[in-house]
Design a protein around this ligand. Structure first.
Ligand SMILES: *[C@@H]1O[C@H](CO)[C@@H](O)[C@H](O)[C@H]1NC(C)=O
Ligand SMILES: *[C@@H]1O[C@H](CO)[C@@H](O)[C@H](O)[C@H]1NC(C)=O
Ligand SMILES: *[C@@H]1O[C@H](CO)[C@@H](O)[C@H](O)[C@H]1NC(C)=O
Ligand SMILES: *[C@@H]1O[C@H](CO)[C@@H](O)[C@H](O)[C@H]1NC(C)=O
Ligand SMILES: *[C@@H]1O[C@H](CO)[C@@H](O)[C@H](O)[C@H]1NC(C)=O
Ligand SMILES: *[C@@H]1O[C@H](CO)[C@@H](O)[C@H](O)[C@H]1NC(C)=O
Ligand SMILES: *[C@@H]1O[C@H](CO)[C@@H](O)[C@H](O)[C@H]1NC(C)=O
Length: 485
């Protein structure tokens, strides 16, 4: 307790002296693990319609970057974990920066601000696979950015899961936060490097996951509207797990000698389906509290009176995301798969009953569904066919606690058949299932369970922005060469 009392004024002083940039504007994660994607230009228009100023990507693909050109939106591009090993070679890192960052860095190009080096590379479940490569990759990328002359405005950072730090079991309070013992030396090197290069620490914080699979976790502590049993840490009372988690990191940073290192929250959000706590109602409650908190610029107890820069996870549902962590993984979007809002949300934090602006001009496949043919005689192959459908399409909404759970076996089969039929772009052959399925124009949806119609995606439409952008790039490069001559 005494330690806390001494450390906090010091920390406050440090914060006052260093002064953190007042970064404003909501950020979102734009993931692309969907079988049917909205055209990138539609997504960018949707970001602009909602005043979203920052976007975090999971790669550096030409299509989204092409669509983001001239939008002014700040972009975090990313190097996937599987490429980290390559980036330990400086020439490869330089080439990557050249192709995927410098190429877009011109007036009217893309406003790239960060390069994410890996994505949660130290996640415990990855068994240490990326421990040796992440820091060298980070150093090489920042060096390449510096050498390319963009290092002042574009910073390399590593989005890390909150499991890189913890408090000891016998002192489970934020002020006791330290990096995980087996990676503490490495983390110290990383955060000191980030401090030197002027880059922020990027952390993903998931109150939902504190609750998931932990029935002892107090429900109200996951939200922001008061907790019946707050966590008492010296003279601080924590009433929500977000603040407690964030300040555990702040303590770990302080212990590592960089207590003033800026922190951005690379992912934060709440899923809406696939498990009992993954509901639209809880998501709405979570975001209402989060936005009210952000709008107040209250910061956290250890970093008071400041805006916290966050990127929501996620913008849109992704129906082919891995469900290893849980069925909820495909339902993180604040927007449905088709870019339409799921619930009321007011990012200004005033709690108004407004919704985000949905994607415009969305094109759907025809209103045709595939369902179980009730007149099919022999049902002995039903289970096999449902299994096949669900292993090739998204059936997570059927699981326990989900929007489509509780239907009879026929309803289950129809849901599965339709999911597969839609993923296959309503191909007639995809509604066969040994004669057990039939197409219908009658919407089988129920009050809570949506039998979705997939998006119309034409490769021509999807390819257009890239071609246009590549052309624009070529013209500009040529113009630059002419000027140089
Ligand atoms: C980035 O640059 C490398 C070349 O160094 C290239 O192979 C890669 O496809 C580019 N795009 C992405 C998304 O990494
Ligand atoms: C990590 O180890 C566990 C247990 O040995 C294994 O099941 C899992 O597949 C491993 N994960 C990776 C990414 O290697
Ligand atoms: C990382 O490096 C250490 C020491 O060089 C080595 O023992 C370990 O096997 C390496 N780990 C991986 C995942 O490559
Ligand atoms: C952190 O960076 C600042 C300058 O940006 C520097 O003055 C300070 O010494 C650095 N701290 C550490 C621990 O490297
Ligand atoms: C149903 O079809 C299976 C083969 O698909 C067959 O073995 C079974 O005898 C059939 N049952 C009836 C009642 O016709
Ligand atoms: C429907 O499918 C879900 C998910 O596979 C399962 O939990 C549920 O028991 C099924 N319902 C029936 C009536 O078979
Ligand atoms: C079902 O879809 C409709 C639009 O087609 C939407 O308004 C509604 O919110 C959806 N319901 C659920 C539970 O997703």
């Amino acid at each position: 307790m005494a330690g806390v009392a001494v450390a906090r004024p010091l920390l406050l002083l440090l914060l006052a002296v260093v002064g953190l940039p007042a970064a404003v504007g909501l950020g979102v994660n734009w993931g692309t693990m969907a079988s049917h994607q909205l055209p990138p230009s539609t997504v960018v228009q949707m970001l602009q319609d909602n005043g979203i100023k920052k976007v975090k990507l999971f790669d550096a693909d030409a299509e989204p970057l092409g669509a983001l050109a001239r939008s002014g939106i700040e972009v975090m591009v990313a190097i996937p974990n599987k490429m980290l090993d390559m980036m330990t070679d400086y020439d490869t890192a330089r080439e990557w920066v050249h192709k995927n960052v410098s190429a877009y860095n011109f007036g009217g190009g893309v406003n790239i601000r960060y390069v994410a080096v890996g994505n949660e590379p130290f996640l415990s479940s990855l068994n240490g696979t990326f421990l040796n490569v992440t820091l060298p990759a980070l150093q090489n990328i920042q060096k390449a950015l510096d050498e390319a002359g963009v290092g002042d405005t574009i910073k390399a950072t590593v989005p890390l899961n909150a499991d890189v730090y913890q408090s000891p079991k016998d002192t489970p309070v934020p002020s006791a936060g330290r990096f995980r013992p087996e990676i503490s030396g490495l983390m110290t090197e990383i955060v000191q490097f980030l401090n030197q290069s002027g880059a922020p620490f990027t952390v993903n914080i998931y109150p939902y996951l504190s609750l998931y699979g932990n029935d002892d976790f107090p429900l109200d502590f996951a939200f922001f509207d008061g907790a019946s049993s707050p966590v008492v840490d010296g003279n601080i009372q924590y009433t929500n797990v977000f603040d407690a988690n964030f300040d555990t990191l702040v303590s770990a940073l302080t212990a590592a000698g960089v207590g003033g290192l800026p922190v951005i929250v690379g992912e934060v959000g709440w899923p809406t389906d696939g498990e009992k706590h993954a509901t639209a109602a809880y998501a709405q409650r979570f975001y209402t509290g989060l936005f009210r908190k952000l709008a107040s610029n209250a910061g956290t107890p250890l970093r008071p009176n400041q805006y916290i820069e966050i990127y929501l996870f996620s913008l849109i549902d992704e129906d082919v995301k891995s469900i290893d962590p849980g069925y909820f993984e495909r339902h993180w979007g604040v927007m449905r798969y088709d870019g339409q809002p799921k619930y009321a949300m007011d990012p200004t934090g005033q709690g108004r009953n407004t919704a985000l602006v949905g994607a415009r001009g969305v094109e759907y496949l025809p209103r045709v569904w595939c369902v179980l043919n009730a007149n099919a005689g022999n049902m002995s192959r039903l289970a096999d066919n449902v299994g096949y459908a669900c292993s090739n399409a998204d059936c997570t909404s059927l699981s326990l606690g989900s929007t489509c759970n509780g239907m009879d076996p026929a309803g289950n089969a129809s849901y599965a058949f339709n999911a597969y039929f839609q993923v296959q772009d309503q191909d007639e052959q995809a509604c066969g299932f040994d004669g057990l399925a039939v197409r219908t124009r009658q919407d089988p949806s129920t009050g809570t369970c949506n039998f979705t119609i997939q998006l119309e995606t034409t490769s021509a439409a999807a390819g257009r922005p890239t071609v246009l952008f590549t052309t624009a790039l070529l013209v500009l490069v040529l113009a630059a060469m002419v000027t140089m001559l």
